[in-house]
Write a protein that binds this ligand. Structure first.
Ligand SMILES: NC(=O)c1ccc[n+]([C@@H]2O[C@H](COP(=O)([O-])OP(=O)(O)OC[C@H]3O[C@@H](n4cnc5c(N)ncnc54)[C@H](O)[C@@H]3O)[C@@H](O)[C@H]2O)c1
Length: 350
């Protein structure tokens, strides 16, 4: 088993191994004395893995309650959160009990926020089942629900007690959702991990890839748990991706938008003499390899408008993550007024 220990405001382990779903109960016993566990999942994931995890929890002595939501971002809402809170109250869940998120980032973010707020905070465990959730959302303690005004607007920092990654769960993941997660993996490569890029270009073991990404996320979270400094590196491609998602009314998936966002920011960096031209070739080749899009029909003006609403903007300034060479990026602070002149060059195909 690969184990990555995260030393944040709470110390916890991310354990990565094939077959962990069947052993979830025993694994969780090593970090929890809870009597009752509430297993939260979406209907798709629950139908695939719910019974296995539930049995494992019961065999380990937990009284198990199950709560399922409809799959998809629409469930990461205040309405679902209230239902979950009421369910926890109806099950007489106490502060020493436990929530368990079994699913992708939607289930993880919702369950984490319920755990952060119910009875002013109870423990929770993440069992991520998408690639994105394994390499990103299950680690680091960001929890949230969406509001009508935007994604992740109500949330809390609340670290899990344990993260259990079973890579065999990825076998049932639809190809396009796997690709979405790959966009985030490729992102780690271009932030600061040239060896990850080489691995992706060749034969790789998915457990090794997940472990490398989790280690990188761990390093960032340990330095900047509350997202005031280097955690911003994780936003590579995300400012423009946010614009693409918004302009497309969320018909372009997050991973696809991140892929296009990384291409645009790399092109802008090259045209502004901040990045080597070869970096774009490597990026395009990898994105093609994983069936991710690299172009958008939106104009620079349309995407710029959306960046003004980005919650990462601080007053008249915004920090962008700029690739400088293959496998290395830097943070660069821009005055909002200077941003269009910098970005427009990404649309210049000469
Ligand atoms: N907290 C964080 O730090 C953080 C970071 C990045 C993203 N996020 C959030 O994560 C969410 C996206 O997460 P996601 O991409 O995992 O989406 P998701 O949770 O919606 O899952 C995608 C789809 O895959 C299905 N699925 C999940 N696991 C499966 C499996 N093993 N086999 C078959 N189908 C499976 C789900 O039912 C769902 O339909 C967004 O809400 C985003 O805001 C949070």
């Amino acid at each position: 088993m690969k184990t990555v220990t995260v030393h944040a405001s709470k110390q916890y382990e991310v354990r990565i191994e094939d077959g962990l779903l069947q052993k979830a109960g025993q694994q969780i016993l090593t970090v929890s004395k809870a009597c009752s566990a509430v297993l939260v999942s979406d209907e798709t994931v629950f139908s695939l893995y719910g019974a296995t995890v539930q049995k494992s929890l019961q065999d380990a002595g937990f009284t198990v309650h199950t709560f399922t939501i409809k799959p998809g971002e629409a469930s990461k809402s205040t309405a679902t959160l209230v239902k979950l809170w009421e369910f926890l109250a109806a099950c007489n869940i106490t502060r020493s009990d436990l929530l368990i998120a079994l699913g992708g980032g939607v289930v993880g973010d919702l369950t984490g926020f319920a755990a952060a707020t119910f009875l002013r905070g109870i423990d929770f465990v993440q069992i991520p089942t998408t690639l994105l959730a394994m390499v990103d959302s299950s680690v680091g303690g960001k929890t949230a629900v969406d509001l009508q005004h935007g994604k992740n607007l109500a949330g809390a920092f609340h670290q899990p007690s344990l993260v259990l990654c079973d890579p065999t769960a990825l076998q049932t993941l639809p190809e396009e959702i796997f690709s979405d997660g790959m966009a985030e993996v490729i992102k780690y490569g271009f932030i600061n991990r040239p060896e990850l890029i080489s691995m992706l270009e060749n034969q790789y073991d998915i457990t090794d890839i997940i472990t490398l990404c989790v280690e990188d996320k761990r390093d960032i979270v340990e330095q900047d748990e509350r997202d005031n400094g280097c955690r911003q590196f994780l936003n590579l491609g995300h400012t423009l991706a946010h614009g693409i998602e918004l302009q497309s009314d969320y018909t372009v998936s997050h991973g696809s938008a991140v892929a296009i966002g990384m291409v645009l920011i790399t092109k802008a960096a090259i045209k502004n003499n901040l990045c080597t031209a070869e970096t774009l070739d490597v990026l395009l080749q990898l994105l093609n390899q994983y069936n991710l899009p690299t172009e958008t029909q939106f104009t620079c003006e349309q995407l710029f408008e959306a960046t003004l609403e980005d919650k990462k903007r601080k007053g008249d300034f915004i920090t962008l993550v700029i690739p400088t060479v293959t496998g290395k990026s830097e943070l660069k602070k821009f005055a909002i007024n200077d941003l269009p002149a910098f970005l427009i060059k990404a649309w210049d195909n000469t």
